[in-house]
Design a protein around this ligand. Structure first.
Ligand code: CAA
Length: 687
């Protein structure tokens, strides 16, 4: 076994360093080592105090997530934490990088905490459908009070060292780059000043004050009801913090453990842990090894300054990469630049950006009407209107202008990338970079690999995505790629259900209850029905609504009626239009159970996902889950459509698809892969 920790003496102070790459997760070996070395320090009369530090990039990313759900092996983290807290010698956590989850819980058991300014501290378990199970929910309220603890732990977002200092989680901020030196100095000061063993479990002032206002918990529940809807972990966290305030420490800890075990056993935690690893696996391309050389991306060109082009440009400006943005007319260019500035000004007003950072970003943006100005760009992304002849024309021009070795990318959401690549002399350097709207906000980036795309170009795109804060998912070429293609299956079902006698409200409610922020018809009303299907001549319900002056929210009515405050009400007028459309199409009217509505909306997505896999468009089922979660806010607590299908059981999915096939015909036939997996007792996750 390689040593995952070491103890070094600096006079009477010992430095215990955990060294377990990549992120010093608290797996079995690390837990054992912590017990062993703390006991050694305890027994060594020469040692007066201990600094607990970590090697490498980071302090500790917490419990080893890959151990969850596996048989438990002692000692558990709670035991290790108690051992540290009980020590009779002062232990100081020295934090750099991130102290997350169990990592922060270990630090909370040390008697003092010092961190470099760049360190970030947090309890992100809620994102895994869990709660901090090693005393975090009991100790944090004792340091910062219940109200702030509720926000900190249900929010899950890490805070900076200075914010943690202000909150009372960190005691001292160290010099950047000189953590151990600063920590040694700090410990010497503590010893010289006769500092006590400050055990967080014994701090009572904060929670004694919280005990006087028990209503704060229900207030917190009420004001977050919408955000917590459908998720088990936030409510369990609230209960655990309630216990911290109401019960003696040991009983509170026991309650926390009970709530943790309940969550860990549940499907939501499994789904969210699946999503955590799926997201990281998605950036690995099977035939493009991690050491594939990547091309430099120092300057980016964006063709088109519309909503997409502008949003795409912002991603690069945000990380300090200069952008040349091109339009065909000055007015469009001016409008595009003004929109980018306006978006940054909104961030400025919200305190998310400083005025200097805003100006720095804008100064990296060069606006031009001349494609020739892109000659030195390393990557050029086309974001113009979805027309094949137009895209081919632009790519031919870019090919002539761009330097040798530059990557040419298209943001097309459905056109054939291979056909676009053929307009150039460098199809090996052509790739799809499909951003989701709004492009500066949505985390998904579909990286579309053409038949000829070279491996270094794929590797560059995957790495670049991470650099600009996106989650990349590799897709092959097909109409709609992964996320839009799979989602289309749901849209088509929703449209059909509407014509079979379901109201927009009933369908939206089913989707909302499943965990989505909004149902499809609310969404359409928000976007504007006149914008939808503008390019198609086919008669649709949306077109009938528009013909009746119902454009959506902006005109006071669409699928719903809206009042002055834009609150939606079911609309008789819209229902009449929908019924008339159904009669014109000759669609039989029927009724549906609640369960049936959800099944009808979800199963076709799974079936389309299976076809996407079967055709090799997605590399893995989990990539489809990531694409749906990150591109469409698919509720993460379900793990995504493919994980959900595995949990339901594929034989049951096949059965439902067969029933849909009997009703709707061939388009609903269960995919070959789905049937094969179901018959052989396998799952999408096993592929
Ligand atoms: N356990 C196991 N593996 C982990 C891990 C963890 N807690 N955190 C990260 N890793 C792995 C990743 O899977 C990845 O592995 P591969 O290279 O094989 O893909 C590797 O470490 C590096 O991670 P990232 O690619 O995410 O690297 P990054 O530099 O972008 O981010 C990080 C680093 C901020 C620490 C990020 O990994 C992260 O947020 N990790 C999860 C933190 C977390 O949720 N901790 C809570 C754990 S639950 C807990 O602690 C419960 C409890 O109270 C008992």
């Amino acid at each position: 076994m390689t040593e995952v920790a070491k103890l070094e003496k600096h006079g009477s102070i010992a430095v215990l360093t955990i060294d377990s790459p990549p992120v010093n997760a608290l797996g079995l070996d690390v837990r054992r080592a912590l017990l062993k070395y703390i006991s050694m320090a305890e027994a060594d009369p020469e040692i007066e105090a201990v600094i607990l530090a970590c090697a490498g990039q980071t302090f500790s990313a917490g419990a080893d997530i890959s151990e969850f759900g596996k048989p438990f092996q002692a000692p558990d983290l709670g035991v290790v934490c108690r051992h540290i807290e009980n020590s009779s010698k002062i232990i100081v956590a020295a934090i750099h990088g991130t102290a997350l989850g169990g990592g922060l819980e270990v630090a909370l058991c040390c008697h003092y905490r010092i961190a470099v300014p760049s360190a970030r501290l947090g309890l992100p378990e809620v994102a895994l459908g869990l709660l901090p199970g090693a005393g975090g929910t009991q100790r944090i309220p004792r340091l910062i009070g219940a109200r702030k603890a509720l926000e900190f732990i249900t929010g899950g977002a890490p805070v900076s060292a200075s914010a943690a200092r202000e909150m009372g989680i960190v005691d001292e901020v160290a010099d950047e780059g000189a953590l151990v030196g600063s920590a040694l100095e700090y410990v010497r000061k503590l010893i010289a000043g006769g500092a006590p063993l400050r055990r967080v479990r014994d701090l009572e002032d904060r929670i004694a004050a919280d005990r006087q206002q028990p209503e704060l918990f229900d207030e917190f529940r009420r004001s977050n009801a919408r955000a917590f809807r459908g998720k088990d972990a936030p409510e369990s966290i609230v209960k655990a913090i309630e216990a911290a305030v109401a019960l003696p420490f040991e009983e509170g800890l026991a309650r926390e453990f009970e709530l943790f075990v309940e969550l860990e056993k549940g499907l939501q935690a499994k789904a969210q842990i699946h999503a955590f690893f799926a997201e990281r696996t998605a950036s690995k391309v099977k035939d493009v090894p991690g050491d594939t050389p990547v091309l430099p991306v120092r300057t980016v060109g964006v063709v088109g300054a519309g909503t997409m082009g502008g949003g795409i440009a912002m991603n690069f400006l945000n990380v300090g990469i200069p952008v040349h943005i091109v339009e065909t007319a000055q007015a469009n260019l001016d409008r595009g630049i003004a929109t980018i500035r306006k978006n940054y000004e909104i961030s400025l007003k919200r305190g998310k950006l400083t005025a200097e950072a805003l100006e720095r970003r804008m100064s990296l943006l060069h606006a031009t009407l001349d494609l020739g100005d892109l000659r030195d760009c390393d990557l050029i992304i086309e974001a113009v209107f979805e027309s094949m002849p137009l895209k081919q024309e632009i790519f031919a021009k870019l090919d002539a202008v761009a330097r040798d070795g530059a990557i040419l990318a298209s943001n097309t959401s459905f056109l054939d990338l291979n056909q676009i690549a053929r307009a150039t002399s460098r199809p090996d350097h052509v790739i799809g970079l499909h951003f989701f709207s709004p492009a500066n906000v949505m985390p998904l980036l579909e990286v579309v690999r053409g038949d000829a795309t070279a491996k270094p170009v794929v590797a560059t795109a995957m790495k670049l995505a991470r650099k600009i804060g996106k989650v990349p998912v590799l897709s092959g070429v097909c109409d709609g790629f992964i996320a839009n293609r799979a989602m289309r299956a749901r849209t088509e079902q929703a449209d059909l259900l509407l014509l079979q006698n379901l109201s927009p409200d009933a369908i939206d409610a089913a989707i909302y209850d499943y965990g989505f922020a909004m149902g499809p018809f609310r969404m359409l009303d928000l976007v504007g029905l006149d914008v939808i299907g503008r390019d198609s001549t086919e008669r649709s319900v949306a077109k009938d609504l528009v013909a009746a002056g119902r454009m959506g929210q902006k005109s006071g009515g669409g699928y719903y009626d809206y009042d002055e405050a834009r609150a939606a009400r079911p609309s008789e007028a819209a229902l009449d239009i929908i019924r008339a459309h159904a009669a014109w199409k000759g669609i039989a009217q029927r009724s549906f159970s609640q369960e049936e509505i959800v099944a009808r909306l979800l199963h076709p997505v799974v079936n389309e996902g299976a076809k996407i896999l079967e055709e090799g468009i997605a590399m893995r089922a989990s990539d489809i889950d990531v694409a749906m979660i990150k591109g469409y806010n698919w509720p993460v607590q379900t793990g995504g459509p493919m994980f959900w299908a595995d949990a339901v059981g594929l034989p049951r999915i096949v059965e439902t698809m067969k029933a849909l096939e009997a009703e709707q015909g061939e388009a609903m036939r269960p995919s070959r892969l789905l049937v094969e997996l179901a018959e052989s007792g396998r799952t999408f996750g096993s592929l």
